[in-house]
Design a protein around this ligand. Structure first.
Ligand SMILES: NC(=O)C1=CN([C@@H]2O[C@H](COP(=O)(O)OP(=O)(O)OC[C@H]3O[C@@H](n4cnc5c(N)ncnc54)[C@H](O)[C@@H]3O)[C@@H](O)[C@H]2O)C=CC1
Ligand SMILES: CCCCCC(=O)O
Length: 484
């Protein structure tokens, strides 16, 4: 994409934003309704593109993408006017008469990078936030999900305001061109490697950035307190590992921590559920999506080629390069210094790491980068509190997996290496808004002690004023009055 085209597009977006039309609730709600219409009217085409790019079945495509976007857009559409309204801010009596408010305003022209594993959700969910907050937008879908990228590039201009929302397709070269522009906000979903590239480019223009990244999200299994629910636990672990995009999910379970004595029970339970979900021959299953691209296939295949890792495979391990298929694979205690345990797996490989005591899981997690989410299957309230207070992660889910992604009142985002900033629901609106402080003052009474020349009285006045000790202030002023 040539630089002139990028700059022309930017100029138009800036002009649109300056016109003020994106600030109105009417414009924002019109765009949100149009987005809902886009998804409804093109559901089959979206299913087709998701199947072509990732082998997703329509049910998985609806669960993780189409349904998520319809939910998010409807949630914002019904609340955006309330979110737009200035919120009252308390002003101390000292400044009477005065009132204060916090007024959300759009940043301006924003850039959104989406990833390939949920190419519709991860493009349109941030877009919903950017529109709700009144911004103009460049959306850059991932080039690694080309059919979905092409669908978005064709459909969005037909439904949304083309002078305010543009789709730019392409890979690293296009991205680097885009990053040379001065954006008012960048919302990035992707890897730490590229997240650093984005942050570096944003720093040049002091552009605020939200980084939605990933990492190694563990699932802790306290079998002692959940043994009576093991079938549900196993379904949720299998669903949370291989369900979303065949394990290629930022909030997918990366590894499981379990006490040694329970590892066989767990593996047997997982095996049964894998068969129940994907049949005797998962390669033939229509319910298991495929590895997204050759790069990820080669990387994952390499992880299990390591002899010590290969020796730890207790289920699965088969691959088919032509079909970009990797069987749901379980490993038991691969070496902790192997790449599968030091790098984000982002695929259908599930290491099970055994501990002497489930309490050790806290130290195990704390000795590694902060994950996007911690899943913990336990009914032990004390252990829950320990996890919440002695570990740090983007989020914590007790006794389930993945479902937090569709809860609009829970912020979705990481901490430390898993990212910063968050979105979903009103958090999306806030992420794409500047909260402007507004204070209205009167002209009387004047607070003379705020002005020079300084003297001891004014120091005394300010001491009481800053402690908002109104009685003290009154007595001081009365005392002054009496004195003079
Ligand atoms: N927190 C979240 O919501 C999610 C996080 N992720 C994380 O993303 C990673 C996998 O996603 P990928 O798309 O492979 O990540 P990626 O970092 O390779 O690409 C992300 C985006 O950046 C663009 N990009 C690629 N090269 C670039 C460059 N040189 N300069 C600027 N932009 C560039 C891509 O086209 C894409 O739009 C995993 O680490 C995963 O954990 C993935 C999905 C969701
Ligand atoms: C179920 C949808 C999850 C999307 C974010 C991810 O895990 O990559």
């Amino acid at each position: 994409m040539d630089q002139i085209k990028v700059e022309k597009g930017m100029a138009e977006l800036k002009e649109t934003f300056s016109s003020g039309k994106t600030r109105s609730a009417v414009w924002r709600k019109t765009q949100l309704r149009a987005l809902i219409e886009l998804v409804h009217e093109n559901e089959e085409e979206i299913f087709k593109a998701l199947h072509q790019d990732l082998g997703k079945h329509p049910v998985e495509a609806y669960r993780d993408e189409v349904g998520v976007i319809l939910k998010s857009a409807d949630y914002s559409l019904s609340r955006v006017e309330k979110w737009m309204a200035p919120k009252k801010g308390h002003i101390p009596l000292l400044f009477f008469p005065a009132n204060g408010e916090v007024m959300p305003e759009p940043f301006g022209v924003v850039l959104i990078f989406a990833s390939w594993n949920f190419p519709i959700s991860l493009a349109l969910d941030p877009l919903i936030g950017a529109i709700s907050a009144g911004n103009t937008v460049v959306l850059k879908p991932s080039d690694m999900s080309p059919k979905c990228s092409s669908f978005l590039a064709n459909a969005i201009p037909k439904y949304l305001d083309p002078k305010a929302i543009k789709v730019v397709e392409g890979g690293a070269d296009v991205c680097e061109q885009l990053l040379q522009q001065k954006w008012d906000k960048i919302f990035f979903t992707g890897s730490q490697r590229i997240g650093r590239v984005v942050m570096t480019a944003a720093a040049k223009h002091l552009t605020p950035v939200t980084l939605e990244m990933g990492g190694k999200s563990p699932a802790i299994l306290d079998v002692t307190s959940t043994s009576s629910n093991m079938k549900v636990v196993a379904k949720r672990i299998v669903g949370g590992k291989w369900g979303p995009c065949c394990g290629q999910a930022c909030i997918g379970i990366d590894y499981v921590l379990v006490e040694d004595e329970h590892s066989s029970f767990l593996i047997g339970s997982l095996r049964r559920i894998i068969r129940e979900f994907y049949g005797e021959n998962p390669e033939e299953s229509i319910s298991l999506s495929r590895i997204g691209n050759k790069n990820n296939f080669d990387r994952l295949s390499r992880l299990i080629k390591d002899p010590l890792v290969a020796a730890s495979i207790v289920h699965g391990g088969s691959t088919d390069e032509e079909k970009l298929f990797i069987e749901p694979t379980i490993l038991l205690n691969p070496p902790l210094d192997s790449e599968i345990m030091t790098e984000e797996i982002f695929g259908p490989l599930l290491p099970i790491i055994t501990l002497n005591n489930i309490q050790e899981s806290i130290e195990f997690m704390n000795s590694r980068p902060k994950p996007l989410v911690i899943y913990a299957f336990t009914k032990d309230e004390t252990f829950k509190k320990q996890i919440l207070t002695h570990t740090s992660s983007g989020g914590v889910v007790f006794n389930d997996t993945m479902v937090q992604f569709i809860c609009d009142d829970l912020p979705f985002g990481g901490v430390g290496h898993s990212g910063f900033g968050r979105y979903h629901g009103k958090y999306s609106f806030d992420t794409f808004s500047h909260e402007k402080a507004v204070m209205h003052r009167g002209f009387y009474p004047e607070i003379e002690p705020r002005y020079p020349p300084w003297n001891s009285f004014k120091l005394q006045f300010l001491r009481l004023a800053y402690s908002f000790n109104y009685l003290g202030l009154l007595l001081l002023l009365l005392g002054l009055k009496k004195k003079y």
